[in-house]
Design a binder for this molecule. Structure first.
Ligand code: SF4
Length: 484
């Protein structure tokens, strides 16, 4: 698909709006509307004080919207907004779809809401801004508002000397069909694991020394990946011992280990995690339908999930998160509702509901996307209503490019059990020092908003072979805080 633009340079936002209607579709931007055009395409033109949009499908009649007046020298954001609204309305009419977040294409709509509130907008004015100006649906406006209140409380806790620690374990038992992480199957990467753990311990000690010199306060620790419980109990215990010895954990607010795949969870690993100091774990079913689990390449069953959950409770974990995904291949509305109802019955402290993301256009034809639109919206709406009615509250929300129906991922929590790290990483509130392959450190100066990223090598073999460079890059943390 091509997006032709003329008379302006608002390609990025308009491209994202087109992609909301055609998930996974590659939309090429061409800065001229003259010359031969291959269908399907979209045109967005600013000429002679008028904005105009046109949609030409591969088959069928072209569709256009009445031109609207705007001065050629209006600020870019005004031109972008007007063309965006016109394009959204035109594509809604053409496809019959109405993406719930209107013309908001950003991944953090709640941050926008919070910034509007800080500017003094509230009540009807805030509602009008979101619902009428940005075309956000009533349900998403109300979800954003609820999330903003909880999120703001968590953000307020962070101070300029706060930081979080992320530990990357990029190994999994098998690869899920929808995976977009840098994770390798144990089958492929088992040989790297012992040395990887050793190097990781070294990197963690190195980071701890820098944090201590700078007088920073560790607030949250998060083991993610991958599936950290792919490691054995001794490896987990070793890493957590190193963290316990090297960092000052006395002022810590949260310590999470993702135990994502139920088939990796054993009693000795759970005890190692608990004795290592973690109080929060994540056990992620994604679906409780064995047929769907098979279809997405996860080699565990619902029975294993139930056992792993019961075991975690026995070991004494009283803060458990469970992830579900709406829109998984072969899942149905009934199947998703059944998964969600079972999770609600199990009563974990946190439930996170994701919307599946389409990675490539080849994975999704428009007809299929259209079919999925209503289905996935129904799933996500059912989840929101059921979970909130059950006493969980939304506390963080983000969107991903290419998510089905341009919907959101939402973390819900029983009051007081919110996953703080999730908010800090999403909002880029404070620095996250990240260790391990595929991890990226985010350095944040709260006073000025300055943000800098420092990347580690992507794959375990590179991380191990280039380890001196990994440590050298960590010195950038010191330089950042010392203002270099
Ligand atoms: S468990 Fe997560 S990281 Fe591992 S393969 Fe599946 S989606 Fe990827």
């Amino acid at each position: 698909m091509t997006l032709f633009i003329e008379g302006h340079s608002c390609s990025y936002e308009l491209q994202r709006i087109v992609q909301m209607f055609f998930p996974g579709e590659k939309v090429a931007v061409v800065p001229s509307c003259t010359g031969p055009k291959q269908k399907p395409y979209v045109e967005a033109v600013l000429s002679g004080g008028k904005a105009a949009v046109l949609w030409v499908p591969e088959h069928g009649e072209p569709l256009t919207a009445p031109a609207r007046g705007i001065t050629q020298d209006a600020p870019k954001y005004e031109i972008e907004h007007l063309l965006g609204v016109m394009l959204y309305s035109l594509l809604s009419k053409a496809t019959g779809l109405r993406p719930q977040w209107g013309v908001l294409t950003g991944i953090r709509p709640v941050r926008l809401l919070l910034s509007k509130m800080q500017q003094g907008l509230s009540g009807d004015a805030l509602h009008a801004d979101f619902v009428e100006h940005y075309l956000v649906s009533e349900s998403r406006f109300s979800l954003a508002l609820q999330t903003a209140e909880a999120e703001n409380r968590i953000l307020q806790r962070s101070t300029p000397d706060s930081f979080s620690l992320y530990v990357s374990i990029p190994f999994c038992p098998t690869r899920c069909a929808y995976c977009s992480f840098v994770s390798q199957t144990v089958e492929r990467a088992a040989k790297y694991i012992p040395e990887y753990v050793e190097k990781l311990c070294e990197e963690l000690r190195y980071i701890a020394a820098i944090a201590s010199d700078l007088g920073l306060k560790l607030r949250t620790v998060y083991f993610g990946g991958g599936t950290p419980t792919t490691l054995d109990a001794q490896q987990l215990a070793r890493l957590m011992d190193v963290i316990g010895q090297a960092f000052d954990l006395s002022d810590i607010w949260e310590y999470t280990v993702e135990a994502g795949r139920p088939d990796t969870i054993t009693a000795d690993k759970l005890y190692a995690i608990k004795n290592g100091g973690a109080k929060r774990i994540s056990i992620n079913p994604q679906t409780l339908d064995d047929r769907v689990l098979q279809a997405i390449g996860r080699r565990h069953t619902t029975a294993q999930l139930m056992q792993a959950y019961a075991l975690a409770r026995q070991v004494g974990f009283d803060c458990i998160n469970m992830d579900l995904i709406a829109g998984l291949p072969t899942d149905t509305q009934e199947g998703f509702q059944n998964s969600l109802d079972q999770v609600v019955k199990m009563a974990p402290e946190n439930i996170t509901v994701h919307t599946l993301t389409v990675k490539r256009a080849a994975d999704m034809t428009f007809e299929r996307a259209k079919e999925q639109f209503g289905l996935v919206t129904g799933m996500v709406d059912y989840a929101r209503e059921t979970v909130i009615a059950g006493g969980w509250q939304p506390y963080y929300l983000y969107r991903q490019a290419g998510s089905l129906s341009a919907l959101e991922n939402v973390g819900y929590a029983k009051p007081g059990s919110e996953g703080l790290y999730n908010v800090y990483i999403m909002d880029e509130t404070h620095s996250i020092f990240a260790a391990g392959a595929g991890a990226s450190t985010k350095l944040k100066r709260q006073e000025t908003g300055l943000l800098k990223r420092v990347f580690n090598y992507k794959y375990p073999y590179e991380y191990i072979s280039q380890f001196p460079e990994v440590l050298r890059r960590k010195d950038l943390i010191r330089a950042f805080y010392q203002g270099d």
